[in-house]
Design a protein around this ligand. Structure first.
Ligand SMILES: [Mn+2]
Length: 240
């Protein structure tokens, strides 16, 4: 049974622009299929998201009398997807159902008002959702209160997400693996790496098939030459 996959990452001011540009395809990644680019869905814009973060930072400064630190976490990114096998049959229908259910869960779990932007990527190999959240607690920026804290928090989040996705036939991944939680960037790096390996194997198969073709032609040529020489000598040698 395929797994429900949830990855979560805190982002600093210096990281959000690039991440938003990726999500909204203002920067096209290498693994994006240009033929499928038009099938992506975007909710909100990078500018809207950046402006809302700025406003919350100002609000926080007013409320606390302190400037928000330069290296403070100012947004949370959630990546939601499933094992690739989930999308193999009836990909479009599965993707739509997945997105619908996953977005409903995010709204209920984090609050719809905290959603900064969303992107459904169908141009990469496995469909997935990127959701940007505003870590706002009591009208202040507070990433720690929003997502940090207890060690089990992530694991429980994954429990609730897989439970919400169970009606689609998805199950919880091995909870023990949650300890070695991979980040969104690591998830990407792993997939890019697998993609490169796949391309390399395909090239090798292509080369082997060409060699095989060549060998077959060579065999035919040798058989023809043998037949010619046998004919010159008056047919195959008789046994006597
Ligand atoms: Mn993506």
């Amino acid at each position: 049974m395929p797994y429900a996959i949830l990855r979560i990452e805190k982002l600093k001011q210096s990281q959000i622009q690039r991440a938003l540009q990726h999500n909204h395809r203002e920067r096209i990644p290498l693994n994006s299929n240009p033929d499928l680019l038009s099938r992506n869905h975007y909710y909100g814009t990078p500018n809207e998201a950046l402006n809302r973060i700025e406003i919350l930072k100002e609000q926080t400064q007013e409320a606390t009398g302190r400037k928000v630190r330069r290296d403070a976490n100012v947004a949370v990114e959630v990546l939601l997807t499933a094992s690739p096998s989930f999308f193999v049959f009836r990909k479009n229908m599965k993707t739509e159902k997945f997105a619908e259910q996953a977005i409903a869960w995010v709204k209920a779990e984090f609050g719809a008002h905290r959603i900064l932007s969303m992107a459904l990527h169908r141009d990469e190999r496995t469909p997935h959702l990127h959701i940007f959240l505003l870590p706002e607690v009591e009208e202040k920026l507070n990433c720690k209160a929003f997502i940090g804290g207890h060690r089990d928090r992530l694991s429980r989040l994954q429990d609730r997400f897989s439970k919400a996705m169970a009606p689609l036939g998805l199950k919880r991944g091995n909870p023990k693996r949650g300890v070695h939680h991979t980040t969104i960037r690591e998830w990407y790096a792993q997939r890019l790496n697998d993609d490169k390996t796949l391309q390399r194997l395909k090239r090798k198969l292509g080369a082997a098939l060409r060699e095989n073709e060549q060998a077959k032609e060579y065999i035919k040529l040798l058989e023809k030459r043998i037949a010619e020489y046998e004919a010159r000598l008056g047919g195959p040698r008789e046994l006597y």
